[in-house]
Design a protein around this ligand. Sequence first.
Ligand code: C2E
Ligand code: CA
Ligand code: CA
Length: 277
Amino acid sequence: AKKQGGNKVIVYSEKLLESNIERPKLEARLRKAIENGKVEVYYQPKLTVDLGKIFGMEALVRWNDEEFGFVSPELFISIAEDIGLIHPLWEFVMKEACLQVSKWNLNRSEPLSVSVNFSAHQFQEPCSMVEKVKEVLSESQLSPSNFEIEITESILLNNSTEIVQSLKSLQSMGIAISIDDFGTGYSSLNYLKNLPINTLKIDKSFIQDIHEDYANSEIPEAIINLARSLHLNVIAEGVEKEHQRDFLLSKNCTQMQGYLFSKPLNSEEFERLLQRE
Ligand code: C2E
Ligand code: CA
Ligand code: CA
């Protein structure tokens, strides 16, 4: 058994879950959980650290199975992709997140902005994806300018004009587009100039490499400079240590997300955090 997120215990090891023995059962339970709305959306705050303010959050899906315990999103998302459930899962997360944040924003002078992770599968039918986003935003009454999508570089490198068009139409509504795990792809950087992108999200592996004496900080620094010269927004994820925060602040990268500030929280916990602000 492995501990995760405080007192929650995973009963089964991930190894066992990945094995062929447990897999069919896991698939069946995941299917049920998605159908019955038993997956949950957690929210990890994003801060403007120099101001000490939360400006938004990333929506992260959680599945706490009665028998298997918390199953890591990386595992169950890849299963959902395999068995054709990534679409309903995505819709669920997006709806839930938009409704929740729209509610929170009613009581705020400065609205929060929520980001949702889009997997490559979401781009198989770009037009209907855009329609679905519009529908969810209008039903939840969340302003498009308070909605952001996180995608990985690989989606853009597809070189599909349909995908680029769909991103452009989202962007023209005011939705921000963020490149997740930035720096871990192996692409040319050429696409950054021509494609609809608002934000580079520095991958947590680079942030974690930053040493106390700021050794190993060359890559995050280069990404910050790149973002600046292309007039893109930049955020660092996986900030765990004070010296990592201090390094980023010294380079004027003020938007951050990570355990140093908060783990992903369920909606009750997040609400309490907002009330303490
Ligand atoms: P990601 O999009 O890169 O999300 C960031 C991951 O880093 C999250 O893991 C988060 O809990 C974790 N994290 C946050 N702060 C820190 C920190 O300071 N240190 C470290 N070591 N980790 C930190 P999580 O929630 O387990 O999600 C893993 C991945 O699963 C995500 O990576 C994302 O690719 C995927 N995922 C999660 N939710 C969704 C979703 O709703 N849809 C899709 N398509 N993918 C999702
Ligand atoms: Ca993400
Ligand atoms: Ca990431």
